[in-house]
Design a protein around this ligand. Sequence first.
Ligand SMILES: Nc1nc2c(ncn2[C@@H]2O[C@H](COP(=O)(O)OP(=O)(O)O)[C@@H](O)[C@H]2O)c(=O)[nH]1
Ligand SMILES: [Mg+2]
Length: 313
Amino acid sequence: MKLVVMIPAYNEEQTIGAVIREIPRDACEKVEVVVIDDGSTDNTYGEALKAGADKIVKFKRNRGLAPAFRAGLETALSMGADIIVNTDADGQYDGMEIPKLIKPILDRNADVVLGSRTKGTIEDMPLDKKAGNYIATLITRELSGCYISDAQTGFRAFTRDMALKLNVLSEYTYVQETLMQIASQGAVIVEVPINFRKRVGGRSRLIGNIYGYAKRAGATILRTYRDYQPLKTFLFIGGCFLLAGLITGANVLVYFFNTGIITGKLPTAVLTVLLLIIGFQSVVMGILADMLKSHKKVQDEILYRIKKLEYDE
Ligand SMILES: Nc1nc2c(ncn2[C@@H]2O[C@H](COP(=O)(O)OP(=O)(O)O)[C@@H](O)[C@H]2O)c(=O)[nH]1
Ligand SMILES: [Mg+2]
């Protein structure tokens, strides 16, 4: 069994060394560490090298956490990982908890293990971030149907097969998108309680302000939901327009039956027609999008098989 620990990092020279040194190299028969240096302008690369990273993928410019995560998965797969653990470069997750994190996979009880901060302990987190995490977890839970307690955790373990099946499309954060993909595959997710430490190396690299995060992560969540549940998405949109059209239409009809004329309600009648047309079109779009979903399923399967051929060599 080979474990590859991947660490996406952006300007984390203060902490990356300690994070790498903390990883227990006896957690599995073979343990290797890969760092994805996402165009850091500080000495993250040098510190990672000094601390004994087995591989460092260096982006020439900052491309974002999700592309770095994608590159990390691919690199870990090409290194022959049987299990892949993702952890953060800021030292907020405790490397000593990796054995606990991978145990359900070693016991063959899980495809994915999430280190849950809410089930464990959080040493320090501002209230707005706590609230944001709570809301984003609630939304991810409802939309994915998988009842997890912490959708934003970056401390995760994946089986090789699960990693082969993930196709991260986002350019910002991978956390909710991957969970929705995992849930749609019917994979087994297990949570273990973990300790979330205080950030020591300056401010959050990912979340400048919570509203910006909500906007970008929210867009990713909605886009992913649309891709996996297109019929429901468009039926909902179409349904809203059709309902509004029925209400305004009823208004026009009642007026017509009472007065025998329609001219007094002409604008409402025009609005009704518009709403009904848009609603009907959305429903048709839903049917078309549902056909695209079937194509996506086949394409995902093809990609999985190609990756398997490519990485299992
Ligand atoms: N590759 C990459 N990693 C990032 C970026 N922003 C943040 N990270 C890393 O993602 C992890 C989590 O980011 P962090 O700023 O600690 O987020 P927070 O704990 O949610 O506030 C850390 O390891 C960061 O170095 C980025 O733009 N690119
Ligand atoms: Mg952090």
